[in-house]
Design a protein around this ligand. Structure first.
Ligand code: HEM
Length: 170
């Protein structure tokens, strides 16, 4: 069973996500979204992971200063490399999330123990899209924005669901 605090937080998260998402698109993740995300991620992979990661974490800490203390045990360089590596693996398989769902669940459950809350996925999503926008510069457009919003939402929903299961089991 969900405790009330988590349920309220989750409801707020879903509400906010849909509000944000509603500005860009109304449908679920489509084949074109997946293709666009995979293609654009390949370009990000060729960039300097630490530099891109540095931009991402600076933006994240600006949007959600309360999450900064969760990262005290690791350098941002190391964390950026881990995040990019994991995102590469997830994005490669995002059209068949059921195949990697065990890994995604384990990742989400580790996040519960790092102190991550459902609402933090919204800030991470915003920081991620902002970073991609920044990396693509003038080439970024509404199609990228909409495709990434759909794919991130799918991933965040899978992670939040797994995290809630973990909390319920405790
Ligand atoms: C798209 C979703 C996310 C992905 C793919 C992701 C990926 C990762 C990976 C690969 C690690 C390395 C450790 C491990 O594998 O357990 C990690 C650690 C961590 N992540 Fe995430 N993450 C995501 C969302 C978040 C969110 C929403 C937060 C909230 C601020 C967050 C905060 C952290 C923290 C605090 C650590 C531990 C740092 C340490 O080692 O001390 N992550 N994440």
């Amino acid at each position: 069973m969900l405790n009330e605090e988590s349920a309220i937080e989750l409801t707020r998260f879903i509400h906010k996500t849909y509000l944000i998402r509603g500005r860009f698109k109304k449908d679920d993740m489509k084949a074109e979204d997946i293709e666009l995300v995979k293609k654009s991620w390949k370009l990000i992979e060729q960039m300097d992971k630490v530099a891109v990661g540095g931009i991402f974490y600076r933006k994240l800490f600006q949007l959600a200063p309360e999450v900064k203390p969760l990262f005290v045990n690791i350098s941002i360089e190391e964390q950026a490399t881990k995040l990019v590596t994991m995102l590469t693996y997830i994005i490669e398989n995002v059209d068949q999330l059921h195949v990697i769902i065990t890994d995604v669940k384990r990742l989400a459950q580790r996040h519960v123990h790092y102190g991550v809350k459902p609402a933090h996925y919204l800030s991470v999503g915003e920081a991620l899209l902002w970073t991609l926008n920044n990396a693509f510069g003038k080439y970024w457009n509404d199609d990228f924005q909409s495709a990434w919003a759909a794919v991130y939402e799918e991933l965040a929903a899978a992670m939040i669901t797994a995290a809630e299961e973990d909390v319920a089991l405790q």
